[in-house]
Every structure is written in C-alpha cells, then in structure tokens.
Design a protein around this ligand. Structure first.
Ligand code: LLP
Length: 419
C-alpha cells in the first residue's frame, strides 16, 4: 500500500496534489503521510499483540514533534539518545515510563534529566557509564533502572556505517563479558537491573540476524536468572529495513514477530522494540525543484535545490533513493546525475540515474526519505533547512517552517570588541 500515488499523471500525497503543497510551502520540502505513519505503527502493534510489549519509536529517524504526537496518541513510546531527544519525546506527550535511553556518551546532565523525569530505563553501554549513573542516582536518592546493551557479535549484513553489533563497533558490552558486568551492576546501591538491550544495526532485510542475536541474548538471560538476576524488559532494538527499491522486500513486522515468538514465549518479559526507519521511512518524501541543467562531454547534471545538507544518505552511505517526477511525462529517458547546490563533489541525490529528461523548474520527488532525512540535515553552506508538511486526507499542515536567514544567526554572539 502506498499513500504517494499518481492520479492523472500527478503525484499525490494521500488526497492532496504535491504541486499544491509546493505552492504553499516551497521547495525543498519534506512531505509526510499521516495515514502511512499510522499504518506502519499499527503493523508493529498488531504483529506483537499477544505478547506484552512497548514500541519505542527511535527518534533519531525523525524527531519532528508533530509526527511524534501522532505516534504518542496511539500509545507509542520512545528510544532516545540525547537529552534533546528526551525533551522532544516529553514535549510530544510520550510518557517517561515508555522512554528508553541508549547511546555511548550520555553526559551527567543528560542522565540527571532523565532520572528526574523517571525514565523507563537506561540502556547502558560501558562500566564507566554504569558508575556515573549509580553516582548521580545516589545524589538524587533514586534507584536508576538499567539494562545493559550487549553486543552479540552478529553481523547485520547491512552498510558498514549502520552496522553496530560486531566486536569492532563502539556499541554495547561484549556479550561474553556481560555476566560480569551484570554482577557488577547488581552490586551497585543506586541501580536496579531491569533489562537487556541489543541493537545490531539498521536497514536489516532478513530476520535471521535478529533471531541469531536474540538466541545469544536469551542464553544470557538464562544465565542471569540462574545467578538470581531477573530480567523484566527484553529490548531487541530496531533495525528492520524498508523497501527503497521494488526489488528489495524486507520482512514485515509480522514476520519478525513470528520468528521470535517461539523463542520468547516461555519467558515473562515485556518486549521492547525500537523501530525507526520501518515506521517513518516510507511515510515521507523530499520534493525538490530543478534549478539548472548542465552537460559536459561525459555527463549530464540536473542541479536541484535540495542538497546533501537536506538529505545526506546518498552522499554518506551511497544510499539509493528512488527519484520520480511530480508530474509524469513522456520525455526521453536519459542517464543523469541529480546533484545539489552544495560546494562538494559528494553532493548528489543520485548518480547515473535514468529518468525522463528533467527540465528547468520540474519538481522531483525523492522517495523513502522520511527516516534519517530531515533529522540528519544541517545548515552547511549557509543553507536554511527545509520545511516539513504533514498530509492528512485532503488537508495538509506545515509542521516546520522553512528556516530563514535570521534563524541561521540564532545563538551567535558578537564580542563587544567587534561591535
Ligand atoms: N535503536 C538503537 C539503539 C539505534 O542505534 C537505532 C539506529 C535504532 C534503534 C533505530 O534503527 P532503525 O529501526 O531506524 O533501523 N543514519 C542511518 C541509520 C543510523 C541508525 C542508527 N541507529 C541511515 O540513514 O541509514
């Protein structure tokens, strides 16, 4: 099912022509479908129905608080990795008892903030961090609920930059050392061991790595139990992939649930999962306008008004995003490089892409851009960040204004000697 479809050769977001949104909000613009967002969230909820669970949306994929409110209203929790994301979650009405907090570099201020707000649990990534959490909890006279993030040494078979579960990665605690760490944690006065966490990578397109990693984690839970350490929350992380092209059909949340239920049914866990991309990736597109065409003896370039500062995935991971005309046409099919205005050779949205020959002022839609799109955007080259729009049925709402030049100066202070 898709909420970005053509009617009379025009691309629609739900029941709104994309062209109409652009007339109001300009380009580049991120457009999200309310319906898709809900459908993807419900796919997880229904798949895991029948086993106690909390779906903690990974805010790093997209943290626009309007979108988070849509999810919060449905009872969704949050996986955060900074005080800022914790704040976004709270602002969106996600209750702290549904927020988990991972990340290798939590600061003392961030830990204190989360503890004061009564977070569900910290997913702890090192013994140093554990000691810090214990100390801060002691100061606040509370017991900090923690899980250890274990690194199961399983390959997620995904892009090396978004794979996290191998020994060479900075994440988590090696699974073979986990017992020792748990025993250490269990002895701390201001820490309460409540869970196990693992996350092996992102854009995973098979269930096998999830199953293999889970088996290792369950063996650890058994060992912990035999030593008197009871695990309540089993956090399996995020990472389920999405279709960026028609050839790649990753597992549905239902397939994931089917594969893991037999393994966990004898346990009394509350299952936590942290999907990001699978919920929001295909709920959003980035629409950009063609500024110029340029040809040399080797190549033709289509220069558009969205750059790597708006969507860095192609530049950073050589990621593929399908790009299509907002208004379909029958012009000749031509291989082109679709590039942005940034002063970097690595600034491209697509290279060697065959598309109906674009023309000046055409609108192009970069598909599957809802996850790690806006959230990874920047002001590089003095560029204002894009607007964001949420479509619901026949209506659309600007959920983030395009930045203006004044915004670019926000926080800048000129020392007196320069005034
Ligand atoms: N939980 C933890 C602890 C994570 O580190 C991540 C993603 C997630 C959950 C959510 O993973 P997802 O379900 O979205 O795959 N910027 C990259 C992806 C980086 C993912 C980092 N961690 C990209 O654009 O592909």
């Amino acid at each position: 099912m898709n909420d970005f479809t053509y009617r009379n050769s025009e691309l629609y977001a739900e029941h709104v022509p994309v062209r109409k949104i652009v007339e109001k909000a300009g380009t580049p613009v991120y457009i999200y479908s309310h319906e898709t967002l809900l459908r993807h969230y419900h796919a997880f909820r229904e798949a895991f129905d029948g086993y106690p669970h909390i779906i903690c949306f990974a805010l790093k994929a997209n943290s626009n608080t309007a979108l988070l409110k849509v999810l919060a209203k449905e009872g969704c929790g949050a996986d955060v990795v900074s005080g800022g994301e914790f704040f976004f979650a709270q602002e969106s009405g996600i209750p702290p008892e549904k927020i988990v907090y991972a990340g290798v570099g939590k600061t003392e201020a961030e830990i204190e903030y989360a503890l004061r707000s009564r977070i569900l649990m910290f997913n702890v990534e090192s013994s140093d961090e554990l000691a810090t959490i214990d100390r801060i909890a002691g100061k606040l006279k509370v017991k900090a609920p923690i899980a250890l993030r274990v690194n199961p040494d399983i390959s997620a078979s995904t892009h090396p930059y978004i794979s996290t579960g191998l020994k060479k990665h900075k994440f988590g605690i090696p699974i073979q050392d986990a017992l020792e760490y748990y025993n250490l944690a269990n002895k701390l006065r201001n820490v309460r061991v409540v869970g196990i966490h693992k996350h092996i990578g992102s854009q995973i397109t098979k269930v096998t790595p999830f199953v293999d990693a889970l088996k290792k984690v369950l063996a650890l839970a058994d060992d912990l139990k035999s030593q008197g350490i009871e695990i309540k929350y089993l956090d399996i992380g995020g990472g389920l992939g999405i279709s960026y092209t028609d050839e790649e059909i990753p597992p549905h949340p239902r397939d994931l649930a089917k594969a893991i239920f037999p393994l966990i049914k004898k346990y009394d866990f509350t299952l936590i999962m942290e999907p990001g991309r699978a919920i929001v990736g295909n709920a959003g597109i980035l629409v950009t306008k063609v500024l110029y065409l340029k040809k040399n003896s080797k190549k033709e370039f289509v220069i558009v008004d969205a750059g790597m500062n708006d969507l860095i995935r192609p530049s950073l991971y050589d990621a593929y995003h399908h790009i299509q005309h907002v208004k379909k046409n029958n012009r000749r099919l031509t291989p082109v490089d679709i590039v942005g205005p940034i002063c970097e050779s690595g600034d491209f949205l697509a290279r060697g892409r065959t598309i109906n020959h674009p023309q000046h002022e055409d609108l192009l839609a970069v598909m599957s851009a809802g996850a790690y799109g806006f959230s990874m955007s920047s002001n590089y080259n003095g560029r204002t960040r894009a607007a964001e729009v949420l479509v619901k049925g026949r209506e659309f709402f600007v959920i983030r204004e395009r930045e203006n030049y004044k915004d670019l100066l926000s926080g800048i202070k000129i020392p007196a000697f320069l005034k």
